[in-house]
Design a protein around this ligand. Structure first.
Ligand code: SF4
Length: 209
C-alpha cells in the first residue's frame, strides 16, 4: 500500500496567536520547513531548511498530545511556506480530531487544502498571490518593511475584496516600522482605501514563542 508522504517539520509548539485577527487565541503551531522566497526581512530564516520527517498521522498525534497539556481548538500551519509541502492529509487529520486549522502563507501556491482560516501575506517585490487566494483569504497581512511603498499597499488592497481585512504589520515591531505603518495607514484612509488596520506582533512583546 502506498505510504502517505512525510512532511519536514522544524518545530511543534503551543502559544497564543500573536498576529492578525486571531490575536491572543491559544494555538498549537506546526512550523514546516522550506520556503520558495527569500525575503530580506524574514524572521524565520531557521525554517527555510532542515526539519525532521513526520507522517501526517504522527503530527496529528503530536497535536493531540499538545492539546492534552494546553487545551485549545486551533492549529496553525506556518513556516517557511507550509503549502510547499503536501499538507492536505495533515489538515484533514487535524480536522477529524476536532481542530480548526489556520494556514499562514505567502500566497504564491494555490490554496488546495480545506483550511478554516487563511492568513495570506503577499511578499515583495511584486506582492502577487495565486488566484484562489483572492476569494479564500480571511485576512491579508503586509509586513511594513523598508521597501513597502504606498503603491504596493494600493495594489494589494485592490487585489482582494474590500470585506477582507488588510493588516499593516510593522516589521518585528521596530519603531521606524511602526512610524511608517502609521503613515501608510493615514495615506490609505485619505485615499479612501477600505478595511485597513495597523497591527502588532504581540508574541514578540509578550516574550512568547
Ligand atoms: S515568505 Fe515568509 S518564510 Fe519565506 S522568506 Fe519570506 S518572510 Fe521568510
Amino acid at each position: 500500500m502506498p505510504q502517505p508522504p512525510t512532511l519536514k517539520v522544524v518545530e511543534v509548539f503551543a502559544s497564543v496567536q500573536g498576529e492578525g485577527l486571531r490575536l491572543g487565541q491559544p494555538t498549537i503551531f506546526i512550523r514546516l520547513a522550506g520556503c520558495n522566497l527569500r525575503c530580506a526581512f524574514c524572521d524565520t530564516k531557521h525554517a527555510r531548511r532542515g526539519g525532521q520527517e513526520y507522517t501526517p498521522a504522527l503530527l496529528v498525534q503530536e497535536a493531540v498530545k499538545a492539546r492534552d497539556r494546553f487545551s485549545c481548538r486551533w492549529v496553525c500551519l506556518t513556516g517557511g511556506e507550509p503549502l510547499l509541502q503536501k499538507v492536505k492529509d495533515l489538515v484533514l487529520g487535524l480536522k477529524a480530531r476536532g481542530f480548526s486549522v489556520q494556514v499562514e502563507t505567502n500566497g504564491t501556491i494555490r490554496p488546495g487544502v480545506p483550511a478554516d482560516w487563511f492568513s495570506v501575506s503577499p511578499k515583495p517585490p511584486r506582492y502577487d498571490v495565486a488566484p484562489g487566494f483572492k476569494r479564500k483569504a480571511d485576512e491579508v497581512k503586509l509586513v511594513v518593511s523598508r521597501g513597502l511603498s504606498f503603491q504596493d499597499v494600493k495594489k494589494v488592497r485592490k487585489a482582494f475584496p474590500g470585506r477582507t481585512p488588510l493588516l499593516l504589520q510593522p516589521q518585528s515591531n521596530f519603531a521606524w516600522s511602526v512610524r511608517k505603518g502609521w503613515k501608510l495607514l493615514r495615506l490609505s484612509l485619505d485615499a479612501g482605501l477600505v478595511n485597513i488596520r495597523l497591527t502588532v506582533q504581540a508574541h514578540k512583546i509578550l516574550g512568547l514563542p
